[in-house]
Design a protein around this ligand. Structure first.
Ligand code: 1GP
Length: 250
């Protein structure tokens, strides 16, 4: 098992100086050829892991996408599921998400209960993760499907309370997020406040489109996730700039 997955799957991993860049791939939004280039460029550019998933996976098989990625790079592939239908046995791990900022029982407990047996059957390592959605300037797919409002972007204390609750509930990480394609990324002030107040790793993503935006969040977060920006083939040449910015952030 990949070292980072081993660490983050363990309840004793607390956030530290190391910074990680995770690339998010939505199988519906990239062709098989693009997946091959993406895997190859990600590995060569210093990406640390690939997340695979979508708020709404319509056409492509998750399993096929993971196979293509694994055939073309050695990076760990972690499922970031949009729901219990997004489980595949060929991934290295799955973020076992609790949508803690939601107030919808479906995303707080139902999906997890319905997924649990399948995950055990395929012996998939889980990373129990508290998922917090922050308001990002316009309605995102994840906000629409969860049918509850995101956390306000000007009230860090509310985000901190949710993140602490995730820690006290025994989750191994907090995923603080604007939603894929967010108009505005999570404000740095919220990332900083949350990071200062929790001991478990902090993953931040949503709407990050420049190395500077990535670096300012990596200064406080352990992991920065970027997806949408790299769906444009011509942006792949910037993967290394993002990787360097994230890895050197202090
Ligand atoms: C979405 O945090 C991830 O859940 C990545 O967001 O696609 O906007 O980079 P983007």
């Amino acid at each position: 098992m990949n070292e980072f997955i081993k660490k983050i799957s363990s309840p004793f991993f607390v956030h530290n100086e190391e910074k990680y860049f995770w690339l998010l791939v939505d199988p519906d939004r990239v062709s098989s050829d693009e997946l091959i280039s993406l895997a190859d460029s990600a590995q060569k550019s210093g990406v640390d892991a690939i997340l695979v998933g979508s708020s709404i996976l319509m056409q492509k098989s998750l399993e096929n996408a993971i196979s293509v990625l694994k055939e073309n790079c050695e990076l760990p592939v972690i499922i970031f599921p949009g729901g219990r239908g997004q489980i595949a046995s060929n991934a290295d791990a799955i973020l076992f998400l609790t949508f803690l900022s939601s107030r919808n029982p479906r995303w707080l407990v139902d999906e997890q209960v319905l997924a649990a047996n399948t995950i055990r059957e395929i012996k998939m390592p889980v990373i129990p993760t508290g998922y917090l959605l922050v308001e990002s300037g316009e309605l995102t797919s994840v906000s629409f499907f969860s049918t509850t409002p995101p956390l306000p972007r000007n009230k860090p204390d509310i985000a901190v309370a949710h993140a602490l609750a995730a820690q006290f509930m025994g989750m191994h990480a907090v995923f603080l997020e604007g939603g894929s394609g967010a108009k505005n990324p999570v404000p740095v002030e919220i990332v900083e406040e949350v990071a200062k107040n929790i001991e478990i790793p902090l993953i931040v993503g949503g709407g990050i489109r420049s190395p500077k935006e990535a670096e300012s969040r990596a200064k406080f977060a352990d992991v920065v996730v970027i997806g949408n920006f790299f769906e444009k083939y011509e942006n792949l040449s910037m993967l290394k700039d993002f990787a360097d910015a994230i890895h050197s952030a202090r």
